[in-house]
Design a protein around this ligand. Structure first.
Ligand SMILES: NC(=O)c1ccc[n+]([C@@H]2O[C@H](COP(=O)([O-])OP(=O)(O)OC[C@H]3O[C@@H](n4cnc5c(N)ncnc54)[C@H](O)[C@@H]3O)[C@@H](O)[C@H]2O)c1
Length: 415
């Protein structure tokens, strides 16, 4: 088995075999780099050559493609040292630098780079670009990790950038003192494929989730609708409220099973906001639900003329925050049909055969003027947010621009 503590930047490399010097220990047990960063970056072992056998030494070579791609391909001093049991050998020195320093934006840096106002505008643009077919987004892939939760892989491409978000939903995590949602975003150059930046996925997700609630409310709520109900005042409920506030909505009522969470959020949001009951929250003009989706918080009897609902908590199969009767009583909108029909608030009604594709309008179509928004002031509208990778790309793109303009600083790493 090969273990390497270090991964080379060389994007294409081969492992060639040659006999071990007699007496050499045949098992590669580790790999460490010298203090020279450039040297360490220039070469290393890749694991997984299943053909590596006892009695063989692995030699690393760069492919010509990788060597050509290396921007600064001069051979560097120093070397990567590989341990062979109790002995150490120096690997042949080959420059194969493919990735320059990679910037890393942590949680605070992302939030410093992208304000709620900026997030709202970028997410609005992303929905439009996706509707126009300019931004690409395959459906997100779920990887269950029962009974703990699930991982999601979310790719998107647009405006010369490509992104992959690798993120969790582990509902039991708060009991362990950990966030429900954690992960990392990798932003790449869509022309060369080179990784450009790693970003904390929690902050990206929080901003884009709050932002889409603001975009949907502006597009779908009744004219002059301002009062807000926030149902579920955890991480994403908080960011939904912050973004709605930034878009000029509010004040309103915060409700959470955890009264302290509702009070905290109301206090943060300020004048006119208060913690209240579920009934008071759902009586507002715009109601945003951001609970874990384990139990219903909106019933048909809660719907009052003109209400607009943002349903954000049900972002995977099996979750729902509204009854099917409540869903089917509304004019229906979603972020993206494919995701919403398989793992969103609409899924229950669709599975029951009560809602079809023709009855659901994507938000991007409304923003583009290609589909109608609410019919009149008394209509009931429901927006199903499942969370799109293009929203993440919108935030990551804004963060990259802010960093390039020197508005925030990033940590750097070498791959
Ligand atoms: N649509 C999206 O794009 C999107 C993005 C991120 C998260 N989510 C989903 O949003 C949900 C919330 O995520 P979070 O990170 O904010 O979780 P969280 O644990 O931080 O917050 C959830 C809050 O809901 C409260 N709550 C639970 N049941 C409730 C109920 N019946 N009534 C009122 N309040 C209730 C909890 O007390 C908690 O404060 C999750 O299901 C998550 O998967 C959706």
């Amino acid at each position: 088995m090969i273990e390497s503590e270090r991964v080379s930047e060389c994007t294409k490399r081969r492992l060639e075999k040659r006999p071990l010097a007699s007496g050499a220990v045949s098992h590669l047990s580790g790999c460490r780099s010298t203090p020279s960063r450039s040297a360490a970056a220039s070469q290393a072992l890749t694991g997984g050559s299943g053909s590596a056998t006892d009695g063989e030494l692995l030699r690393v070579n760069c492919s010509s493609a990788a060597t050509t791609a290396a921007a600064s391909s001069s051979e560097a001093p120093g070397a990567t040292i590989v341990s062979l049991g109790r002995r150490f050998i120096e690997l042949p020195r080959v420059s194969c630098r493919a990735v320059a320093e990679l910037s890393v934006l942590d949680h605070e840096a992302v939030l410093a780079a992208v304000s709620p106002e900026l997030a709202i505008e970028h997410v609005r643009q992303a929905l439009l670009r996706h509707h126009e077919g300019v931004w690409e987004m395959p459906a997100k892939v779920y990887l269950d990790s029962p009974p703990h939760g699930d991982f999601r892989a979310m790719p998107a491409r647009g405006d010369g950038l490509a992104l992959l978000k690798w993120i969790t939903s582990f509902p039991g995590n708060p009991e362990r003192g950990l966030p429900t949602v954690m992960g990392v975003v990798c932003l790449s150059d869509a022309v060369t494929g080179a990784p450009l930046m790693l970003l904390d996925a929690r902050s990206v997700t929080a901003l884009r989730t709050g932002a889409v609630a603001a975009v949907a409310s502006a597009a779908l709520a009744a004219p002059n609708a301002r009062t807000l109900g926030i149902v579920g005042c955890g991480l994403h409920g908080t960011w939904v409220a912050r973004c709605l506030l930034a878009a000029g909505f509010g004040p309103g009522v915060c409700f959470d099973l955890d009264r302290a969470a509702a009070e905290r959020l109301a206090a943060e949001l300020g004048h006119g906001w208060r913690a209240g009951s579920l009934e008071e929250a759902v009586a507002q003009e715009i109601v945003s639900c951001v609970t874990p989706g384990a139990e219903v918080v909106i019933e048909a009897r809660d719907l009052h003329p003109g209400v607009h609902l943002n349903m954000l908590g049900a972002d995977a199969r099996g979750k729902a925050e509204a009854t099917i009767e409540a869903v089917t009583a509304c004019s229906l909108y979603c972020d993206e049909w494919e995701q919403a029909s398989h793992g969103g608030e609409l899924t229950g009604a669709i599975d029951a055969g009560l809602v079809s594709r023709a009855q659901v309008t994507e938000l991007g179509a409304v923003l583009a003027g290609d589909a109608a928004g609410r019919a009149d002031r008394r209509s009931l509208t429901l927006f199903d947010s499942t969370g799109l990778a293009i929203q993440d790309l919108a935030i990551a793109r804004a963060a990259l621009a802010a960093w390039r303009e020197g508005q925030v600083s990033a940590q750097t790493i070498n791959l």
